[in-house]
Design a protein around this ligand. Structure first.
Ligand code: HSE
Length: 436
């Protein structure tokens, strides 16, 4: 295994902003979160934070009358970097140009606060190292779970435990969609449009729906909780697109529902990790998450399960997390402490767990019997079978509950079933996850 650069703050290197004057902030990106941060900063509750400058591309279309006339609006990044801002607040998102901006700000000795999960998942250790060398700060508490303070909850909050598992709902858009499908019977498309209107979704919402956003957040949590460096691109993701009303019907019969779950667990030197639509108990913390909520359940060797929950997406909750980071910089407090040096770890999604599988047989009885035979010969046992097709379904489907088995063994058996022509449509497989 390769050692990576340390991912921690040296508390002695923290340079306090002089107490007698407010911390000057240059905000990059006046979108949903940027506007909400400006609203809080203009509200008068935090005189120690002063919004000085707002940068946005084609800034004239962004100007609003409620921002104080003392704030400079600009679309010239060089003006921001040349200013006397103490903190650059990066809320533009995406990898570039955000990476270059943050690096340049740190090289100039300016602290940076960001909500950019993509950036921190890809370049966090390097940028933290740079911040440390420059004697300034890089804070990113808003990058994971929006308004829920999970990063500082995990470390330093739970750093006295030895974390074994992380399991959570880390994308508010997907939670909004799946909860809307479950509770109101709306289509995935329509629910996604609602989530976009509410300001929850990424600029490219396939980052949400296909699991890439939650994957970046999971990689950051793995660093913070396990002190391991996992390449986000190695974390398997499954889209929520294949989830259909039939899945919610079958899940309900099992006392369950469906959520996009991100989970990670250490097993024999390998990090098991994935993001996937998952069948969860309806009454569990994961199954109870509504609308834009996020939930994180950590399992520690000594302390057992700890649950964090709250609003995981949207302007105001994310802005609260951002302002908390700004206060930590202004007051020179350490926010999330990412712990000892990182170690690179191989990643697999070969979890052993129960699975839910929805299949649409090509023909009825023969196909079901052949399907059973193929699964059995792959060492996979069926726990139960549900067959209550809705008359409105295009093709009748049935749901299998598969006993705990290797994910890879089940995927292989399902590929064989598909290749043997037994299915009219690809099977939809979802892990079944239980938390207390
Ligand atoms: N698109 C993200 C989500 C925003 O839905 O969770 C918060 O990171």
């Amino acid at each position: 295994m390769n050692a990576s650069p340390a991912f921690e703050f040296s508390r002695s290197s923290l340079q306090p902003v002089p107490a007698q004057r407010a911390c000057r902030i240059a905000l990059l990106g006046f979108g949903t979160v940027g506007r909400s941060v400006a609203t809080i900063l203009q509200g008068g509750s935090f005189p120690q934070l002063r919004l000085d400058m707002i940068y946005n591309r084609r800034v004239d279309r962004k100007r609003v009358p409620w921002v104080s006339p003392q704030v400079r609006w600009t679309d010239d990044l060089e003006e921001v970097l040349a200013s006397d801002a103490d903190v650059v607040l990066e809320l533009a998102g995406g990898l570039e140009p955000a990476y270059s901006w943050v690096k340049r700000a740190l090289l100039l000795g300016k602290s940076v606060v960001t909500a950019n999960k993509k950036l921190i998942a890809a370049h966090g250790p390097e940028l933290l190292d740079l911040a440390r060398q420059q004697g300034c700060r890089l804070e990113f508490g808003a990058a994971v779970a929006g308004g829920v303070p999970v990063l500082c909850g995990v470390s330093p909050g739970l750093s006295g435990d030895r974390l074994l598992k992380l399991c959570g709902i880390l994308n508010g858009t997907c939670n909004y969609i799946l909860h809307a499908m479950e509770s109101r019977g709306v289509t995935l498309d329509a629910a996604l449009r609602e989530a976009q209107q509410r300001g929850y979704a990424e600029a490219d919402p396939s980052d949400d729906v296909d699991g890439l956003d939650a994957r970046a957040k999971l990689a950051i949590l793995v660093r913070t909780g396990f002190h391991l460096q996992a390449d986000p691109q190695q974390i398997a993701t499954q889209s929520i697109w294949p989830v259909q009303p039939a899945d919610f019907r079958y899940a309900r019969e099992l006392g369950c529902t469906i959520r996009q779950v991100a989970r990670a667990e250490l097993k024999a030197g390998t990090l098991l990790a994935e993001v996937a639509p998952t069948v969860v108990s309806a009454g569990s913390p994961l199954g109870s998450a509504r609308n834009n909520q996020n939930v994180l359940v950590t399992t520690g060797k000594y302390g057992g399960e700890t649950v964090f929950a709250g609003a995981g997406a949207g302007g105001a909750p994310t802005a609260v997390a951002v302002v908390s980071d700004l206060l930590a910089v202004a007051e020179s407090r350490a926010a999330a402490n990412c712990g000892p040096a990182l170690v690179a770890v191989p990643v697999s999604n070969d979890f052993r767990c129960r699975h839910y599988v929805r299949v649409t047989p090509a023909q009825t009885t023969d196909a079901v019997a052949a399907l059973r035979r193929t699964l059995t010969s792959g060492g996979i046992s069926l726990r139960g079978l549900l067959h209550h097709p809705d008359p409105h379904d295009r093709r009748p489907s049935l749901a299998l509950v598969v006993e705990e088995c290797s994910t890879h063994a089940l995927e292989k058996a399902l590929t064989q079933v598909q290749e043997a022509g037994l299915l009219a449509e690809p099977a939809v497989r979802m892990p079944m996850v239980t938390t207390s």
